[in-house]
Write a protein that binds this ligand. Structure first.
Ligand SMILES: [Zn+2]
Ligand SMILES: [Zn+2]
Length: 342
């Protein structure tokens, strides 16, 4: 329940940021921004809503246990008998958990090709949605830069003005600049400036501007905390999105998921690969710690990613066994042959 509230808060926050970004860009600033903003922001919104959708249904495995004796290709197993994983969590009732599947405790379902559960979308990110997820992440800083670039100099001048007004005011000096706590209260010495500027904007705002009728772009002409505040939040969000995008791109090139990259070496559950050799005979091999089971080489990983669809078909077809790291399989087959020879 608390988890759901927490996620609902993040979703509401993300929606508010998008909506306020749109409002500031089109209504407050004016026609100049309409073209780029009305392409970028709706694209983000479509991707965002798509990633939020299907919390109960998307990529949930619906397959029954395969017949072990009929398998010829290597697969990830859970024990030395080459058995398949099953999920005993509520709702899954011992159903088959295909390789790379993880039971998300937030969503309460098993997910094929689970990457991570994202509180910003209140949903799991899986490999089938990774392209849409990365598109949203990369689009966020681009949309921010496009929207802010033409007004960044004006905003900088307003920030400088607000600081100088705040510095010259006896009351702000008393409660903030000369107060020892200002050096530590808001994230250390750097935090003195945003709070000082905020107080400066309050003073500017309280000044009499005369009776100017409202016009588009007015809040850029006249110092306005709403614009700078929106830009600051959008900047932080963009920086976070860019960092996340670069990290996710690295994982795509490595052919791994966020969950797999987080599984520590020597974890409680050893990673095992079962290699069928003939009907009802197989060898089970340990994965070397640090070895990536599904890494096909960065070029091939990238090709597979680029060939995937941004909005894949919602229906799941017959189960496709994930391709395994060819170097790892070669090593295991060679080890298997050596064992037989011994
Ligand atoms: Zn499950
Ligand atoms: Zn989830």
């Amino acid at each position: 329940m608390i988890q759901r509230l927490f996620e609902a808060f993040f979703q509401a926050l993300a929606f508010l940021i998008l909506a306020s970004g749109w409002y500031v860009s089109t209504v407050d600033v004016g026609v100049l921004y309409l073209a780029c903003v009305n392409v970028l922001v709706p694209s983000q919104l479509v991707l965002y809503l798509y990633l939020c959708s299907g919390r109960r249904t998307h990529n949930v495995p619906i397959y029954s246990f395969p017949d072990k004796a009929s398998l010829v290709e290597p697969y990830q197993c859970v024990n030395m008998n080459g058995d398949f994983a099953q999920c005993d969590k509520a709702g899954c009732n011992g159903r088959w958990k295909p390789p790379r599947t993880h039971h998300c405790s937030s969503c309460g379902v098993c997910r094929l090709e689970f990457d991570h559960h994202c509180p910003w979308i209140g949903n799991c990110v899986t490999l089938s949605r990774q392209k849409a997820f990365l598109a949203l992440l990369y689009l966020t800083p681009v949309a921010f830069a496009v929207a802010v670039l033409p007004i960044v100099h004006t905003l900088y001048l307003q920030f400088v003005l607000a600081i100088s007004v705040s510095r010259a005011d006896p009351w702000t000096n008393e409660i903030w600049w000369d107060w020892i706590g200002s050096w530590i209260l808001c994230a250390g010495p750097l935090g003195r400036w945003p709070v000082g500027a905020f107080l400066g904007f309050r003073i500017l705002w309280s000044m009499d501007h005369g009776d100017v009728p409202p016009y588009p772009g007015q809040s850029i002409d006249q110092p306005h905390l709403r614009i700078i505040g929106t830009c600051m939040i959008a900047f932080l969000l963009s920086a976070f999105a860019l960092g996340m995008a670069l990290f996710s791109t690295k994982l795509v090139l490595q052919g791994t998921t966020m969950l797999e990259s987080l599984l520590k070496k020597g974890s409680k559950y050893p990673l095992l690969i079962c290699i069928p050799v003939q009907s009802n005979a197989f060898n089970v091999h340990d994965v070397v710690p640090g070895e990536r089971i599904y890494d096909l080489g960065s070029a091939q990983n990238w090709r597979v990613f680029m060939a995937s669809q941004v909005f894949p078909c919602a229906t799941l077809g017959p189960y496709q066994w994930p391709k395994l790291n060819p170097c790892m399989i070669r090593r295991m087959r060679a080890a298997g042959r050596t064992e037989v020879a011994d």
